[in-house]
Write a new protein. Sequence first.
Length: 94
Amino acid sequence: MELSRILLSFGKVKEGCVHLRNEFREIDQNRDHKISLVELKATTKLSSMSQSEVEQFFKESDMDVSHDIDFSEFVVFYAYCFFLVSNKNMESPM
């Protein structure tokens, strides 16, 4: 990707960061800047997932094994999931 296209996309990156921060804050019910497993299970955003899937998501997101998800872990896992979905969509025939 050429530098000019990267520079022009910064506005979109900022919007995406604001969106991620809002998503994180919505799940972080007690406002301690961490998402606990209880908070993650309480969110309706994952209502289509089973309890075991939510627990697996939590375990994989908690990279430092602190038993909570901080914002940086949330962003990394969100980006990873986006990457997986994007690759899956690119591989499927049109």
